[in-house]
Design a protein around this ligand. Structure first.
Ligand code: TGC
Ligand code: FAD
Length: 392
C-alpha cells in the first residue's frame, strides 16, 4: 500500500477566493479521506463493496446534507463548501462521492425542498447523522435518458397507495433504509414518495458485474404491490421537473467531484514523472511528457474557475440547469481525458493498483453516463442556446 501523498494543486491561487470556513471544511474532508479511506479504497474497489463503516465519518465531515439547514441536522454550509467536500471525496474515489451525493442531493434535498414538515423532521436528522441511508429511484430498465417515460406507477387505496414497477442502476439501493422513488399516479403525473425498507413487496437486489464504481453498491428497486402510506408522498411538487431539479444539485456536486479525480491523477502523474528515470533523466524532463502535464493543469485550472463561478451563481440562486449541465459535462470529460493521459505517463505501472489511475478511469466511465450522459448534457446546452429541442 502506498502512502497518500496528495497535496492539492492551485495554479491560479483559487484559495484566495475561499473563506476560512471553506478551507476548514475542505481540509477536514481531505484529512479524513487520507486517514480513513485512502488506506482501504483499493481493497474495497477490488472486493466490489462500499465500506459501510465509513458512514459515520462521512456524517462527521458534513458530507451528508452539507447545505441542509442545521435545524434539520444538516451542516448549514454554502454551495462552495458542498462542492469542496465532493471534490475531496472524489479525489479519493468516485464511489465514495456517489454515496454522499445521493444521500445529500437526491434524498435529503427532495425531502427538504418538497417534503412536509413531518417528513423533514422524521427523515432529515437521521439522514444527516448517517443513522439512515437513502437512495434515489428514477432510472428504469427501459427509461434512462428519458425518465419521463417511466412506467412505475401507483393507485390510490384509501389512505395508502399501491406501488408497482422497478428501478435499476440505483446507487446505495442494496443497503438503503429508504428510497425516494419517482412514480406516476393514475392521472400519469410524476410524484416523489418515500419507500421504507421492510414495506411488504419492496426488494433491492444487488447488481453485480460492474467494472466501474466498484466501491459503491448499486442495485434495483422492485415494487410488487407495495402499500405505501399517502403521508409518504412528497406534497410540495409534482411533475418531471421535481426529480430533475434534484439532479441539478447532484450534477453540481459531480462537477466539483470530477475536479478531485482529475487532481489526483495529475498529482500522481507529476510525482511519477519526476521519480521515474529513463534515458538517464526523469521522464518529466522530456517535452512530450511536459505537454501532457501542462495540458492537464491547464484543463484543471479552467474547470476550477468554471465551477467556482457556477458555485457562486448557485449560492445566489441564479445558476441555470443548463449552466450546471455544462460544468458537469466539461469536468467529467476533462477528468476522464486526464486519467487516460496520466495512465500513459505511469507506463506499465499505470495499469496496477499501486496507483489510483485505472480506478479513477474506470469510475469516470460511470460518472460520464449517470446524472445525464455526456451527449444528453450537450443537447441541453444546444437547446439552451438555440431554443431548439433535439432530444425528440
Ligand atoms: P422536459 O420536457 O424538457 O422537461 C420536463 C419538465 O422539467 C423541467 N426541467 C427541469 N427542471 C429542473 N431542473 C432541470 N434540470 C430540468 N430540466 C427540465 C422542464 O422545464 C419541464 O417543466 P414543465 O413545468 O414545463 O413540465 O423533459 P424531457 O422529457 O424532454 O427530458 C429532458 C431531459 C432529457 C434533459 C431530461 O429528462 C434529462 O435530464 N435526462 C437525463 C436523465 C438523468 O440525468 N437521469 C439521472 C438519474 S439519477 C442518477 O443518475 C444518479 S447517479 C448518482 C450517483 O451515484 O452519484
Ligand atoms: P440510455 O438512455 O439508453 O442511453 C444510451 C446512449 O444513447 C447514451 O450514449 C445516450 O447519450 C444516448 N442517447 C439517449 N437519448 C438520446 C438522444 N435523445 N439523442 C442522442 N443520444 C441519445 N439512476 C438513478 O435513478 N439513481 C441512481 O442512483 C443511479 N445510479 C447509477 C449508478 C451507476 C453506477 C450507473 C452506471 C448509473 C446510475 N443511474 C442511476 C442510472 C443513470 O442515470 C443512467 O444510466 C443514465 O441516465 C443513462 O441511461 P441509460 O444507461 O439507460 O442509457
Amino acid at each position: 500500500m502506498r502512502t497518500d501523498q496528495y497535496q492539492g494543486h492551485d495554479y491560479y491561487l483559487m484559495d484566495e477566493l475561499l473563506t476560512e470556513e471553506h478551507k476548514l471544511v475542505r481540509d477536514a474532508a481531505r484529512a479524513w479521506v487520507k486517514k480513513e479511506v485512502s488506506p482501504i479504497i483499493e481493497d474495497a474497489f477490488e472486493q466490489g463493496k462500499f465500506p459501510r463503516h465509513l458512514v459515520n465519518g462521512l456524517a462527521e465531515i458534513g458530507a451528508f446534507g452539507p447545505y441542509i439547514p442545521v435545524e434539520y441536522g444538516g451542516a448549514g454550509l454554502d454551495q462552495i463548501s458542498y462542492g469542496l467536500i465532493m471534490q475531496e471525496l472524489e479525489r479519493c474515489d468516485s464511489g465514495l462521492r456517489s454515496t454522499a451525493s445521493v444521500q445529500s442531493s437526491l434524498v435529503m434535498y427532495p425531502i427538504w425542498r418538497y417534503g412536509s414538515e413531518e417528513q423533514k423532521q422524521k427523515y432529515l436528522p437521521k439522514l444527516a447523522s448517517g443513522e439512515m441511508i437513502g437512495c434515489f429511484g428514477l432510472t428504469e430498465p427501459d427509461f434512462g435518458s428519458n425518465p419521463g417515460g417511466m412506467v412505475t406507477n401507483f393507485k390510490e387505496d384509501g389512505d395508502h397507495i399501491i406501488l408497482n414497477g422497478a428501478k435499476m442502476w440505483i446507487s446505495n439501493a442494496p443497503f438503503a433504509d429508504i428510497a425516494v422513488v419517482w412514480a406516476k399516479s393514475e392521472e400519469g403525473r410524476i410524484h416523489g414518495l418515500v419507500v421504507e425498507r421492510g414495506m411488504e413487496g419492496f426488494t433491492t437486489p444487488t447488481m453485480h458485474g460492474k467494472w466501474s464504481l466498484r466501491a459503491s453498491d448499486t442495485g434495483e428497486l422492485v415494487f410488487d404491490n407495495v402499500r405505501v402510506p399517502k403521508a409518504n408522498i412528497l406534497p410540495e411538487r409534482s411533475g418531471l421537473g421535481a426529480p430533475l431539479s434534484c439532479l441539478d444539485s447532484a450534477r453540481y456536486g459531480i462537477a466539483w467531484g470530477a475536479i478531485g479525480a482529475a487532481l489526483d491523477c495529475y498529482d500522481s502523474a507529476l510525482r511519477y514523472s519526476m521519480e521515474r528515470t529513463q534515458f538517464d533523466r526523469p521522464i518529466g524532463g522530456f517535452q512530450l511528457q511536459q505537454k501532457k502535464l501542462a495540458e492537464m493543469i491547464t484543463e484543471i485550472t479552467k474547470a476550477q474557475l468554471l465551477t467556482f463561478r457556477v458555485g457562486q451563481l448557485r449560492e445566489e440562486g441564479r445558476a441555470t440547469s443548463a449552466q450546471i449541465s455544462m460544468a458537469k459535462r466539461n469536468n467529467v470529460n476533462m477528468a476522464l481525458e486526464i486519467a487516460r493521459e496520466a495512465r500513459q505517463i505511469h507506463g506499465a505501472m499505470g495499469i496496477t493498483n499501486e496507483y489510483p489511475i485505472m480506478r479513477h478511469m474506470m469510475n469516470l466511465e460511470s460518472v460520464i453516463t449517470y446524472e445525464g450522459t455526456h451527449d444528453i448534457h450537450l443537447l441541453i446546452t444546444g437547446m439552451d442556446i438555440t431554443g431548439e429541442n433535439a432530444f425528440k
